[in-house]
Structure formats: structure tokens, C-alpha cells
Design a protein around this ligand. Structure first.
Ligand SMILES: N[C@@H](CCC(=O)N[C@@H](CS)C(=O)NCC(=O)O)C(=O)O
Length: 223
């Protein structure tokens, strides 16, 4: 049986959604973030040394890193579903978006989160203006322009086909859901990019997505 070691408000929600789409039975083992630091509890390090979520166990296998988990589940349980056939242009796009989600889309979103938290973190009063200045500079000169470039790029790509790898939904769309949900919640993704907002509406309406939310519990697109 697949066991999903599920941290509340996390990327592991995507794994639950994938399992629901594939109709694979699974167990959810819950872990709660520290409400101040937002870090995972130490108990998750007993499953994998980095103590990050998602991580799954399946018999003798422990698989961490959401892209690797998606590949493992699609290969083992997909029976050809949610992945374009090998050797097609769609398959290459699938591989690209599967990696792009964590490798390129998430880093500027994470930087935005860190610098936003830095601006409001407790600090001696005389240091606060300096911290704010550094954070503002990082936001305006690097983070916000990078985010805008990525959002424009993704918006444009959804003009080529209705899903990221082609006209069929694939597991790459599941992998892409987290950066887009994070961008909508805290990085300025809004109706000015209608294809990306439409993508989010379509995935949120899927029965498997909704079922995964019921299994996973509270989900507010934290990082
Ligand atoms: N690239 C990794 C990122 C894993 C990651 O950072 N997970 C976050 C949750 S979304 C986490 O475990 N945060 C809690 C912590 O770092 O203690 C993946 O896609 O699996």
C-alpha cells in the first residue's frame, strides 16, 4: 500500500491528487507544521533524512522529491495514463514541465516568501529599516521581474495547448499546480493572466482534486 507522509499545506497535496486521478488506494500519514516556523516536525526525518514533504513509502521503497514521486507513481500504477506516449513531442514537453515546476518556477516564489517574511520578522528597531531596504531592493530588482517573466511565459505556453504538455491533461499539470497556486496566493497571479487562472479553475473543479482535498485536509498553498 502506498503511504503518503503528508504535511499540512504542502506540495504533498499534489501527490494525493495524482493518486486520486489514478484510482490507487493509499494511506495518509499526517504531519503538522510548526505554526511559528512553518517547518515540518522532526518525526518526518525518520521517513527521509531531509524531513521534507512529500515523501511516500511503498513496500520497501521510500521515494522523496515530488517530481520523482510523480514519475514513480505514473510508471508503476499509471498503465499509460497521465503521460504522453514515448517519442512524441508531447512527451518531451511533459518531461520539461515536470522538471520546470520545481527547478525553475518555485525558486523565485520561495525567494518572494522568504523576503516577505524577512520584512515582518522581529528585529531591533534600528536594524528594521536596513532589512526593509534590502528586502525591497531584492524584490524590485530581481524577484518581482523574474516572477513576472515566468508568469508571462507560462501564460503564453497555455496558448499553445489547453494543458502544459498538449491537449490532454497529464501528471505534468499536477506537478505545475503547486507553483501556480502559490503564485495566485502570494505572487500576483490574477485575472490579468486569464489562461493560468482558467487552468486553476479547471483543476479545482476536477472530482479527483476535490477528493484529494478531503483526504489531505486544510490546504492554503504554503511553501
Ligand atoms: N523540491 C522538493 C521540495 C520539498 C519541500 O520543500 N517541501 C516543503 C513543503 S511544501 C517542506 O517540507 N517544508 C517543511 C520544512 O522544510 O521543514 C519537492 O518538490 O518535493
Amino acid at each position: 500500500m502506498v503511504v503518503v507522509h503528508h504535511l499540512n499545506n504542502s506540495r504533498s497535496q499534489r501527490v494525493l491528487w495524482l493518486l486520486e486521478e489514478l484510482g490507487v488506494p493509499y494511506e495518509v500519514k499526517r504531519y503538522e507544521r510548526n505554526t511559528e516556523t512553518m517547518l515540518a516536525p522532526d518525526s518526518l526525518r525518520a521517513v527521509h533524512p531531509l524531513g521534507k514533504s512529500p515523501v511516500i513509502t511503498d513496500g520497501d521503497h521510500t521515494v522523496a522529491e515530488s517530481g520523482a514521486i510523480v514519475e514513480y507513481l505514473v510508471e508503476k500504477y499509471g498503465g499509460g495514463r497521465l503521460i504522453p506516449p514515448a517519442g512524441t513531442p508531447e512527451r518531451l514537453r511533459y518531461t520539461y514541465w515536470l522538471h520546470y515546476a520545481e527547478g525553475s518556477a518555485m525558486p523565485p516564489l520561495l525567494l518572494k516568501l522568504v523576503f516577505t517574511r524577512l520584512e515582518t520578522a522581529p528585529a531591533p528597531f534600528f536594524v528594521k529599516p536596513i532589512i526593509r531596504r534590502i528586502a525591497d531592493t531584492a524584490m524590485t530588482t530581481f524577484i518581482n521581474p523574474q516572477l513576472a517573466r515566468h508568469l508571462d511565459y507560462m501564460e503564453g505556453e497555455l496558448g499553445r495547448s489547453s494543458w502544459f504538455a498538449g491537449n490532454e491533461m497529464t501528471a505534468a499539470d499536477i506537478q505545475m499546480s503547486f507553483p501556480l497556486e502559490a503564485a495566485a496566493s502570494r505572487a500576483g497571479l490574477d485575472k490579468s493572466r486569464p489562461r493560468l487562472m482558467g487552468f486553476l479553475e479547471r483543476i479545482h473543479a476536477r472530482p479527483a482534486y476535490r477528493k484529494a482535498l478531503e483526504r489531505g485536509g486544510e490546504y492554503a498553498y504554503a511553501s
